[in-house]
Design a protein around this ligand. Structure first.
Ligand SMILES: [Zn+2]
Length: 509
Protein backbone atom coordinates (compact mmCIF):
# COMPACT_ATOMS: atom_id res chain seq x y z
CA UNK A 1 0.00 0.00 0.00
CA UNK A 2 1.27 3.42 -0.83
CA UNK A 3 1.80 5.71 2.09
CA UNK A 4 0.58 9.21 1.42
CA UNK A 5 2.74 12.02 2.71
CA UNK A 6 1.14 13.76 5.69
CA UNK A 7 1.04 17.08 3.84
CA UNK A 8 -1.52 15.64 1.45
CA UNK A 9 -3.72 14.42 4.23
CA UNK A 10 -5.72 17.58 4.40
CA UNK A 11 -9.15 16.97 5.77
CA UNK A 12 -12.17 17.24 3.58
CA UNK A 13 -13.63 20.32 5.13
CA UNK A 14 -16.53 22.12 3.67
CA UNK A 15 -17.22 25.83 3.85
CA UNK A 16 -20.85 26.81 3.64
CA UNK A 17 -20.58 30.54 3.17
CA UNK A 18 -20.02 30.57 -0.54
CA UNK A 19 -18.68 33.75 -2.06
CA UNK A 20 -19.02 33.54 -5.81
CA UNK A 21 -16.22 35.15 -7.83
CA UNK A 22 -16.69 36.59 -11.25
CA UNK A 23 -12.99 36.58 -11.95
CA UNK A 24 -12.16 34.00 -14.59
CA UNK A 25 -8.47 34.84 -14.89
CA UNK A 26 -5.74 32.35 -14.09
CA UNK A 27 -4.19 33.03 -10.71
CA UNK A 28 -0.45 32.73 -10.24
CA UNK A 29 0.01 30.26 -7.35
CA UNK A 30 2.05 31.25 -4.33
CA UNK A 31 5.25 29.32 -3.87
CA UNK A 32 8.51 28.61 -5.59
CA UNK A 33 9.11 28.80 -9.35
CA UNK A 34 10.50 25.62 -10.91
CA UNK A 35 11.83 27.42 -14.00
CA UNK A 36 9.50 25.33 -16.20
CA UNK A 37 6.75 26.92 -18.34
CA UNK A 38 3.54 25.23 -19.41
CA UNK A 39 0.59 26.22 -21.59
CA UNK A 40 -2.55 26.86 -19.59
CA UNK A 41 -5.95 27.17 -21.27
CA UNK A 42 -7.30 29.50 -18.57
CA UNK A 43 -4.38 31.92 -19.05
CA UNK A 44 -4.47 31.24 -22.83
CA UNK A 45 -0.70 31.14 -22.88
CA UNK A 46 2.40 29.80 -21.20
CA UNK A 47 2.66 30.29 -17.47
CA UNK A 48 5.43 29.48 -14.97
CA UNK A 49 5.05 26.30 -12.93
CA UNK A 50 5.10 27.42 -9.33
CA UNK A 51 4.90 24.84 -6.56
CA UNK A 52 4.50 25.10 -2.85
CA UNK A 53 7.59 22.94 -2.42
CA UNK A 54 9.46 23.09 -5.75
CA UNK A 55 10.30 19.38 -5.52
CA UNK A 56 6.79 18.05 -4.85
CA UNK A 57 3.72 18.18 -7.07
CA UNK A 58 0.36 16.46 -7.24
CA UNK A 59 -0.95 15.18 -10.56
CA UNK A 60 -4.36 13.77 -11.46
CA UNK A 61 -5.29 12.32 -14.84
CA UNK A 62 -8.84 11.48 -15.84
CA UNK A 63 -8.71 7.77 -16.64
CA UNK A 64 -10.72 5.52 -18.92
CA UNK A 65 -14.40 4.69 -18.85
CA UNK A 66 -14.01 0.94 -18.87
CA UNK A 67 -16.73 -0.29 -21.23
CA UNK A 68 -14.61 -1.28 -24.21
CA UNK A 69 -11.01 -1.86 -25.32
CA UNK A 70 -8.71 1.14 -25.42
CA UNK A 71 -7.55 2.32 -28.86
CA UNK A 72 -4.55 4.24 -30.20
CA UNK A 73 -6.25 7.54 -29.38
CA UNK A 74 -5.96 6.56 -25.70
CA UNK A 75 -2.45 5.26 -26.29
CA UNK A 76 -1.41 8.63 -27.74
CA UNK A 77 -2.94 10.57 -24.86
CA UNK A 78 -1.46 8.47 -22.07
CA UNK A 79 1.98 8.07 -23.71
CA UNK A 80 2.21 11.86 -24.08
CA UNK A 81 1.15 12.42 -20.47
CA UNK A 82 3.67 9.78 -19.39
CA UNK A 83 6.39 11.67 -21.29
CA UNK A 84 5.51 14.96 -19.57
CA UNK A 85 5.49 13.29 -16.15
CA UNK A 86 8.86 11.68 -16.85
CA UNK A 87 10.32 15.05 -17.95
CA UNK A 88 9.12 16.78 -14.79
CA UNK A 89 10.57 13.99 -12.69
CA UNK A 90 13.88 13.26 -14.37
CA UNK A 91 14.90 16.57 -15.94
CA UNK A 92 13.52 18.93 -13.31
CA UNK A 93 13.67 16.76 -10.17
CA UNK A 94 10.02 17.19 -9.26
CA UNK A 95 8.60 14.32 -7.20
CA UNK A 96 5.17 13.75 -8.66
CA UNK A 97 2.47 12.04 -6.67
CA UNK A 98 0.26 10.68 -9.45
CA UNK A 99 -3.34 9.55 -9.36
CA UNK A 100 -5.83 8.40 -11.98
CA UNK A 101 -9.56 7.96 -11.76
CA UNK A 102 -11.24 5.00 -13.42
CA UNK A 103 -14.89 5.42 -14.37
CA UNK A 104 -16.33 2.01 -13.61
CA UNK A 105 -19.97 3.11 -13.30
CA UNK A 106 -21.41 4.74 -16.40
CA UNK A 107 -24.27 4.57 -18.91
CA UNK A 108 -22.10 2.76 -21.46
CA UNK A 109 -20.86 0.16 -18.96
CA UNK A 110 -24.40 -0.53 -17.75
CA UNK A 111 -25.60 -0.81 -21.35
CA UNK A 112 -22.82 -3.25 -22.21
CA UNK A 113 -23.68 -5.32 -19.12
CA UNK A 114 -27.32 -5.55 -20.23
CA UNK A 115 -26.32 -6.37 -23.82
CA UNK A 116 -23.90 -9.10 -22.82
CA UNK A 117 -26.10 -10.43 -20.03
CA UNK A 118 -23.43 -9.81 -17.41
CA UNK A 119 -23.08 -7.63 -14.38
CA UNK A 120 -21.78 -4.09 -15.06
CA UNK A 121 -19.00 -4.80 -12.53
CA UNK A 122 -17.77 -7.73 -14.60
CA UNK A 123 -17.68 -5.54 -17.71
CA UNK A 124 -15.73 -2.82 -15.87
CA UNK A 125 -13.25 -5.27 -14.33
CA UNK A 126 -12.54 -6.91 -17.66
CA UNK A 127 -11.79 -3.69 -19.53
CA UNK A 128 -9.89 -2.09 -16.67
CA UNK A 129 -7.59 -5.10 -16.52
CA UNK A 130 -7.10 -4.87 -20.28
CA UNK A 131 -6.39 -1.13 -19.99
CA UNK A 132 -3.53 -1.64 -17.54
CA UNK A 133 -2.08 -4.39 -19.74
CA UNK A 134 -2.16 -2.01 -22.72
CA UNK A 135 -0.56 0.78 -20.68
CA UNK A 136 2.21 -1.52 -19.49
CA UNK A 137 2.88 -2.73 -23.04
CA UNK A 138 3.44 0.93 -23.99
CA UNK A 139 5.85 1.36 -21.06
CA UNK A 140 3.56 3.88 -19.39
CA UNK A 141 4.23 4.19 -15.67
CA UNK A 142 1.24 3.17 -13.57
CA UNK A 143 -0.23 5.96 -11.42
CA UNK A 144 0.63 5.68 -7.73
CA UNK A 145 -3.02 5.93 -6.73
CA UNK A 146 -5.94 4.49 -8.72
CA UNK A 147 -9.39 5.70 -7.71
CA UNK A 148 -12.48 3.85 -8.88
CA UNK A 149 -15.93 5.41 -8.73
CA UNK A 150 -17.44 2.19 -7.34
CA UNK A 151 -15.09 2.41 -4.36
CA UNK A 152 -15.83 6.10 -3.69
CA UNK A 153 -19.62 6.39 -3.71
CA UNK A 154 -19.62 7.66 -0.12
CA UNK A 155 -16.92 10.28 -0.90
CA UNK A 156 -18.89 11.44 -3.94
CA UNK A 157 -22.26 11.67 -2.18
CA UNK A 158 -20.70 13.61 0.69
CA UNK A 159 -19.26 16.05 -1.82
CA UNK A 160 -22.66 16.50 -3.48
CA UNK A 161 -24.30 16.93 -0.08
CA UNK A 162 -21.87 19.77 0.63
CA UNK A 163 -22.92 21.51 -2.59
CA UNK A 164 -26.63 21.01 -1.85
CA UNK A 165 -26.18 22.33 1.69
CA UNK A 166 -24.47 25.46 0.45
CA UNK A 167 -27.36 26.14 -1.91
CA UNK A 168 -25.44 25.95 -5.17
CA UNK A 169 -26.86 22.56 -6.16
CA UNK A 170 -30.52 21.61 -6.27
CA UNK A 171 -32.52 18.39 -6.24
CA UNK A 172 -34.77 18.00 -9.28
CA UNK A 173 -38.09 16.22 -9.19
CA UNK A 174 -36.70 12.99 -10.68
CA UNK A 175 -34.21 12.72 -7.78
CA UNK A 176 -31.27 13.98 -9.84
CA UNK A 177 -29.05 16.72 -8.46
CA UNK A 178 -27.87 19.60 -10.65
CA UNK A 179 -25.25 22.28 -10.22
CA UNK A 180 -26.84 25.73 -10.50
CA UNK A 181 -24.49 27.53 -12.90
CA UNK A 182 -26.40 30.81 -12.53
CA UNK A 183 -25.01 31.01 -8.99
CA UNK A 184 -21.43 30.61 -10.18
CA UNK A 185 -20.41 33.60 -12.32
CA UNK A 186 -16.94 32.21 -13.13
CA UNK A 187 -18.49 29.29 -15.05
CA UNK A 188 -16.81 29.05 -18.45
CA UNK A 189 -13.30 29.97 -17.44
CA UNK A 190 -11.73 27.06 -19.33
CA UNK A 191 -13.83 27.52 -22.42
CA UNK A 192 -16.32 30.31 -22.31
CA UNK A 193 -19.41 30.49 -24.47
CA UNK A 194 -19.75 26.79 -25.18
CA UNK A 195 -22.78 24.65 -24.82
CA UNK A 196 -22.06 21.99 -22.22
CA UNK A 197 -23.72 19.38 -24.36
CA UNK A 198 -26.20 18.23 -21.74
CA UNK A 199 -29.69 17.67 -23.00
CA UNK A 200 -31.94 20.48 -21.97
CA UNK A 201 -34.63 18.83 -19.89
CA UNK A 202 -37.39 20.14 -17.71
CA UNK A 203 -35.61 19.10 -14.55
CA UNK A 204 -32.96 21.79 -14.99
CA UNK A 205 -33.33 25.42 -14.01
CA UNK A 206 -30.70 26.80 -16.40
CA UNK A 207 -29.56 25.42 -19.72
CA UNK A 208 -25.92 25.20 -18.62
CA UNK A 209 -26.64 23.36 -15.34
CA UNK A 210 -25.03 19.95 -15.21
CA UNK A 211 -25.91 16.76 -13.37
CA UNK A 212 -24.03 15.84 -10.21
CA UNK A 213 -26.24 12.88 -9.41
CA UNK A 214 -28.63 10.86 -11.54
CA UNK A 215 -31.89 9.80 -9.99
CA UNK A 216 -32.59 6.05 -9.91
CA UNK A 217 -33.90 4.35 -13.06
CA UNK A 218 -35.28 0.83 -13.35
CA UNK A 219 -32.71 -1.89 -14.16
CA UNK A 220 -29.80 0.41 -13.30
CA UNK A 221 -27.51 0.10 -10.29
CA UNK A 222 -28.14 2.68 -7.59
CA UNK A 223 -26.95 3.71 -4.16
CA UNK A 224 -28.89 5.32 -1.31
CA UNK A 225 -28.22 8.91 -0.19
CA UNK A 226 -29.92 11.47 2.06
CA UNK A 227 -31.88 12.82 -0.91
CA UNK A 228 -32.71 9.50 -2.55
CA UNK A 229 -31.41 6.61 -4.60
CA UNK A 230 -29.30 7.04 -7.70
CA UNK A 231 -25.76 7.10 -9.02
CA UNK A 232 -23.03 9.70 -9.50
CA UNK A 233 -22.79 11.85 -12.62
CA UNK A 234 -19.52 11.72 -14.53
CA UNK A 235 -17.94 15.10 -13.71
CA UNK A 236 -18.41 14.96 -9.96
CA UNK A 237 -16.42 11.76 -9.49
CA UNK A 238 -13.03 13.29 -10.36
CA UNK A 239 -13.58 16.36 -8.14
CA UNK A 240 -14.64 14.25 -5.15
CA UNK A 241 -11.90 11.62 -5.54
CA UNK A 242 -9.14 14.23 -6.10
CA UNK A 243 -10.30 16.18 -3.03
CA UNK A 244 -10.28 13.00 -0.99
CA UNK A 245 -6.65 12.32 -1.92
CA UNK A 246 -5.07 15.73 -2.38
CA UNK A 247 -7.26 18.13 -0.42
CA UNK A 248 -8.54 21.46 -1.68
CA UNK A 249 -5.85 22.18 -4.29
CA UNK A 250 -4.27 20.32 -7.15
CA UNK A 251 -1.12 21.16 -9.10
CA UNK A 252 -1.63 19.29 -12.40
CA UNK A 253 -4.85 18.06 -13.90
CA UNK A 254 -4.56 16.19 -17.17
CA UNK A 255 -6.59 14.57 -19.91
CA UNK A 256 -7.38 14.61 -23.61
CA UNK A 257 -8.39 17.93 -25.21
CA UNK A 258 -11.97 16.62 -25.58
CA UNK A 259 -12.25 16.65 -21.78
CA UNK A 260 -11.53 20.39 -21.53
CA UNK A 261 -15.18 21.24 -21.95
CA UNK A 262 -17.51 20.44 -20.36
CA UNK A 263 -15.81 17.81 -18.16
CA UNK A 264 -12.90 19.86 -16.79
CA UNK A 265 -14.92 23.07 -16.74
CA UNK A 266 -17.51 21.37 -14.55
CA UNK A 267 -14.83 19.78 -12.35
CA UNK A 268 -13.20 23.16 -11.75
CA UNK A 269 -16.57 24.84 -11.10
CA UNK A 270 -17.89 22.36 -8.58
CA UNK A 271 -14.50 22.04 -6.82
CA UNK A 272 -14.09 25.80 -6.46
CA UNK A 273 -17.66 25.99 -5.15
CA UNK A 274 -17.08 23.15 -2.70
CA UNK A 275 -13.73 24.40 -1.40
CA UNK A 276 -14.79 28.04 -1.59
CA UNK A 277 -11.70 28.86 -3.61
CA UNK A 278 -11.02 30.73 -6.83
CA UNK A 279 -8.70 28.18 -8.39
CA UNK A 280 -8.67 24.47 -7.80
CA UNK A 281 -6.35 23.00 -10.45
CA UNK A 282 -3.38 25.28 -11.08
CA UNK A 283 -2.21 23.62 -14.30
CA UNK A 284 -4.42 22.03 -16.92
CA UNK A 285 -2.60 19.67 -19.29
CA UNK A 286 -4.57 18.84 -22.44
CA UNK A 287 -3.32 16.44 -25.07
CA UNK A 288 -4.31 16.97 -28.72
CA UNK A 289 -6.29 14.39 -30.71
CA UNK A 290 -4.84 11.56 -32.70
CA UNK A 291 -6.23 11.46 -36.21
CA UNK A 292 -6.06 8.66 -38.70
CA UNK A 293 -4.86 10.01 -42.00
CA UNK A 294 -7.86 11.44 -43.88
CA UNK A 295 -10.40 10.06 -41.41
CA UNK A 296 -11.50 10.81 -37.92
CA UNK A 297 -11.25 7.83 -35.63
CA UNK A 298 -14.29 7.18 -33.51
CA UNK A 299 -16.01 4.34 -31.75
CA UNK A 300 -19.26 5.07 -33.58
CA UNK A 301 -17.56 4.81 -36.98
CA UNK A 302 -16.03 1.51 -35.82
CA UNK A 303 -12.68 2.47 -37.33
CA UNK A 304 -10.61 2.41 -34.17
CA UNK A 305 -7.25 0.63 -34.01
CA UNK A 306 -6.56 -1.35 -30.86
CA UNK A 307 -3.31 -1.03 -28.95
CA UNK A 308 -2.29 -4.69 -29.48
CA UNK A 309 -2.90 -4.11 -33.23
CA UNK A 310 -0.45 -1.20 -33.28
CA UNK A 311 2.12 -3.11 -31.26
CA UNK A 312 1.84 -6.05 -33.61
CA UNK A 313 3.15 -3.79 -36.36
CA UNK A 314 5.38 -1.32 -34.51
CA UNK A 315 7.33 -1.39 -31.27
CA UNK A 316 6.31 0.60 -28.18
CA UNK A 317 9.49 2.64 -28.73
CA UNK A 318 8.41 3.52 -32.27
CA UNK A 319 4.97 4.65 -31.09
CA UNK A 320 6.55 6.71 -28.32
CA UNK A 321 9.01 8.26 -30.77
CA UNK A 322 6.10 9.32 -33.01
CA UNK A 323 4.59 11.00 -29.93
CA UNK A 324 7.90 12.66 -29.03
CA UNK A 325 8.26 14.03 -32.56
CA UNK A 326 4.90 15.80 -32.41
CA UNK A 327 3.75 18.59 -30.12
CA UNK A 328 1.65 17.18 -27.28
CA UNK A 329 -0.94 19.95 -27.51
CA UNK A 330 -1.72 19.67 -31.21
CA UNK A 331 -3.43 16.95 -33.24
CA UNK A 332 -1.15 14.10 -34.25
CA UNK A 333 -1.55 12.12 -37.42
CA UNK A 334 -1.34 8.37 -37.36
CA UNK A 335 -0.27 6.87 -40.66
CA UNK A 336 2.23 4.35 -41.97
CA UNK A 337 4.45 7.24 -43.13
CA UNK A 338 4.51 8.83 -39.68
CA UNK A 339 5.22 5.50 -38.02
CA UNK A 340 7.96 4.48 -40.48
CA UNK A 341 9.71 7.81 -39.94
CA UNK A 342 9.55 7.26 -36.18
CA UNK A 343 10.86 3.72 -36.65
CA UNK A 344 13.79 4.98 -38.74
CA UNK A 345 14.66 7.49 -36.03
CA UNK A 346 14.59 4.85 -33.28
CA UNK A 347 16.77 2.56 -35.39
CA UNK A 348 19.17 5.38 -36.16
CA UNK A 349 19.73 5.88 -32.42
CA UNK A 350 20.01 2.14 -31.79
CA UNK A 351 22.61 1.66 -34.54
CA UNK A 352 24.51 4.72 -33.38
CA UNK A 353 24.79 3.36 -29.83
CA UNK A 354 26.07 0.03 -31.20
CA UNK A 355 28.53 1.79 -33.55
CA UNK A 356 29.94 3.83 -30.68
CA UNK A 357 30.48 0.68 -28.65
CA UNK A 358 32.45 -0.85 -31.51
CA UNK A 359 34.37 2.39 -32.18
CA UNK A 360 35.36 2.90 -28.53
CA UNK A 361 36.67 -0.65 -28.29
CA UNK A 362 38.76 -0.53 -31.44
CA UNK A 363 42.14 -1.99 -30.74
CA UNK A 364 44.01 -0.91 -33.82
CA UNK A 365 43.25 2.80 -33.53
CA UNK A 366 45.64 5.63 -32.95
CA UNK A 367 46.21 7.53 -29.76
CA UNK A 368 43.02 8.73 -28.09
CA UNK A 369 42.33 12.43 -28.21
CA UNK A 370 39.71 14.89 -27.19
CA UNK A 371 37.79 16.58 -29.92
CA UNK A 372 36.91 19.97 -28.50
CA UNK A 373 34.57 20.78 -31.32
CA UNK A 374 32.35 17.80 -30.52
CA UNK A 375 32.47 18.43 -26.77
CA UNK A 376 31.44 22.06 -27.31
CA UNK A 377 28.64 20.90 -29.56
CA UNK A 378 27.47 18.41 -26.91
CA UNK A 379 27.44 21.14 -24.26
CA UNK A 380 25.36 23.38 -26.52
CA UNK A 381 22.84 20.60 -27.19
CA UNK A 382 22.52 19.82 -23.46
CA UNK A 383 21.72 23.45 -22.69
CA UNK A 384 19.36 23.92 -25.64
CA UNK A 385 17.48 20.73 -24.88
CA UNK A 386 16.91 21.74 -21.29
CA UNK A 387 15.62 25.07 -22.53
CA UNK A 388 13.30 23.35 -25.03
CA UNK A 389 11.84 21.08 -22.34
CA UNK A 390 11.45 24.03 -20.02
CA UNK A 391 9.34 25.75 -22.69
CA UNK A 392 6.19 23.64 -22.59
CA UNK A 393 7.97 20.30 -23.14
CA UNK A 394 9.24 20.74 -26.69
CA UNK A 395 10.37 17.16 -27.19
CA UNK A 396 10.40 17.42 -31.00
CA UNK A 397 13.26 19.96 -30.91
CA UNK A 398 15.17 17.72 -28.51
CA UNK A 399 14.89 14.71 -30.82
CA UNK A 400 16.06 16.87 -33.74
CA UNK A 401 19.04 18.13 -31.78
CA UNK A 402 19.96 14.56 -30.84
CA UNK A 403 19.73 13.48 -34.48
CA UNK A 404 22.09 16.31 -35.50
CA UNK A 405 24.48 15.22 -32.80
CA UNK A 406 24.40 11.67 -34.18
CA UNK A 407 25.17 12.94 -37.69
CA UNK A 408 28.13 14.98 -36.47
CA UNK A 409 29.50 12.16 -34.35
CA UNK A 410 29.06 9.67 -37.18
CA UNK A 411 31.34 11.86 -39.29
CA UNK A 412 34.07 11.24 -36.73
CA UNK A 413 33.33 7.55 -36.25
CA UNK A 414 32.99 6.75 -39.91
CA UNK A 415 35.35 9.40 -41.24
CA UNK A 416 38.52 8.43 -42.94
CA UNK A 417 40.80 9.81 -40.29
CA UNK A 418 43.69 8.48 -38.31
CA UNK A 419 42.58 10.39 -35.23
CA UNK A 420 40.75 8.53 -32.52
CA UNK A 421 38.28 10.32 -30.18
CA UNK A 422 36.76 7.77 -27.81
CA UNK A 423 36.08 10.22 -24.95
CA UNK A 424 33.82 12.79 -26.66
CA UNK A 425 32.14 10.09 -28.75
CA UNK A 426 31.30 8.06 -25.64
CA UNK A 427 30.06 11.17 -23.84
CA UNK A 428 27.74 11.97 -26.74
CA UNK A 429 26.40 8.40 -26.80
CA UNK A 430 25.92 8.40 -23.04
CA UNK A 431 24.00 11.68 -23.16
CA UNK A 432 21.75 10.45 -25.99
CA UNK A 433 21.03 7.21 -24.15
CA UNK A 434 20.23 9.14 -20.97
CA UNK A 435 17.78 11.51 -22.68
CA UNK A 436 15.99 8.75 -24.58
CA UNK A 437 15.70 6.62 -21.45
CA UNK A 438 14.34 9.60 -19.52
CA UNK A 439 11.70 10.00 -22.25
CA UNK A 440 10.65 6.40 -21.54
CA UNK A 441 12.20 4.61 -24.52
CA UNK A 442 13.44 1.12 -23.78
CA UNK A 443 15.84 0.74 -26.72
CA UNK A 444 16.01 -2.98 -26.24
CA UNK A 445 14.06 -5.97 -27.25
CA UNK A 446 11.77 -5.90 -24.27
CA UNK A 447 8.80 -7.59 -25.90
CA UNK A 448 9.79 -10.70 -23.95
CA UNK A 449 9.52 -8.78 -20.67
CA UNK A 450 6.09 -7.52 -21.65
CA UNK A 451 4.86 -10.98 -22.50
CA UNK A 452 6.25 -12.27 -19.20
CA UNK A 453 4.60 -9.46 -17.20
CA UNK A 454 1.25 -9.95 -18.91
CA UNK A 455 1.49 -13.65 -18.23
CA UNK A 456 2.20 -13.11 -14.51
CA UNK A 457 -0.60 -10.51 -14.31
CA UNK A 458 -3.06 -12.98 -15.76
CA UNK A 459 -1.98 -15.80 -13.45
CA UNK A 460 -2.04 -13.61 -10.32
CA UNK A 461 -5.47 -12.26 -11.23
CA UNK A 462 -6.82 -15.75 -11.84
CA UNK A 463 -5.42 -17.02 -8.52
CA UNK A 464 -6.95 -14.01 -6.75
CA UNK A 465 -10.43 -14.85 -8.06
CA UNK A 466 -10.08 -18.53 -7.14
CA UNK A 467 -8.72 -17.66 -3.67
CA UNK A 468 -11.46 -15.09 -2.94
CA UNK A 469 -14.11 -17.66 -3.81
CA UNK A 470 -12.38 -20.34 -1.76
CA UNK A 471 -12.19 -18.01 1.24
CA UNK A 472 -15.85 -17.24 0.97
CA UNK A 473 -16.81 -20.91 0.78
CA UNK A 474 -14.12 -21.97 3.27
CA UNK A 475 -12.81 -24.46 0.72
CA UNK A 476 -9.61 -25.76 2.32
CA UNK A 477 -8.49 -27.81 -0.64
CA UNK A 478 -8.64 -24.87 -3.04
CA UNK A 479 -6.93 -22.59 -0.51
CA UNK A 480 -4.09 -25.08 -0.21
CA UNK A 481 -3.76 -25.18 -3.98
CA UNK A 482 -3.54 -21.37 -3.99
CA UNK A 483 -0.78 -21.52 -1.39
CA UNK A 484 1.15 -24.01 -3.51
CA UNK A 485 0.96 -21.61 -6.49
CA UNK A 486 2.16 -18.74 -4.29
CA UNK A 487 5.12 -20.79 -2.96
CA UNK A 488 6.08 -22.06 -6.39
CA UNK A 489 6.04 -18.52 -7.78
CA UNK A 490 8.16 -17.37 -4.88
CA UNK A 491 10.74 -20.03 -5.67
CA UNK A 492 10.80 -18.47 -9.17
CA UNK A 493 11.53 -15.08 -7.50
CA UNK A 494 8.01 -13.75 -8.03
CA UNK A 495 6.37 -12.76 -4.79
CA UNK A 496 2.59 -12.38 -4.68
CA UNK A 497 1.16 -10.07 -2.06
CA UNK A 498 -2.40 -11.03 -1.25
CA UNK A 499 -4.79 -8.25 -0.44
CA UNK A 500 -8.55 -8.12 -0.26
CA UNK A 501 -9.11 -5.99 -3.36
CA UNK A 502 -6.19 -6.10 -5.72
CA UNK A 503 -3.34 -8.53 -5.48
CA UNK A 504 0.12 -7.34 -6.49
CA UNK A 505 3.38 -9.00 -7.33
CA UNK A 506 7.04 -8.08 -7.39
CA UNK A 507 10.16 -9.71 -8.71
CA UNK A 508 12.51 -10.38 -5.82
CA UNK A 509 16.16 -10.46 -6.63
ZN1 LIG B 1 -12.15 13.83 -14.83
Amino acid sequence: MLKIFPIFRRKLTHVCSLKPYKDTKWLMPNGNPTGVYIYNCVAEGRVPIILNDPTIATWYSCGPTVYDSAHIGHACCYVKLDIIQRILKSFFNINLVTAMGVTDIDDKIIKKGLETNTDFKTVAKKYEHEFWMDMSSLNIEKPMIITRVSEHIETISQFIKGLIDSGIAYIAKDGSVYFDTSKFPAYGKLQAGQDNGEASDDAKINKMDFALWKGVKPSEPSWPTDWGEGRPGWHIECSAMVSKIFGSQLDFHAGGIDLKFPHHENEETQSCAYHNSRQWANYWVHVGHLNLKDTKMSKSLKNTISIPDVLEKYSADTFRMACLMSNYRYPMEYSDEVMSTAEEVVNKFKFFLKDVEVYANKRDSGVGDYNNKLLNELQKVIENNLEALRSDFDTASCVNALLNLVTQTNRIIKGNTSNYYPVPVLLVADYILQVLTKFGLMLSDSSRDNIRNSFIDTLVEFRHIVRSNALERKDKELLNACDVVRDKMKSMKIQINDSKNTPSWVIIK
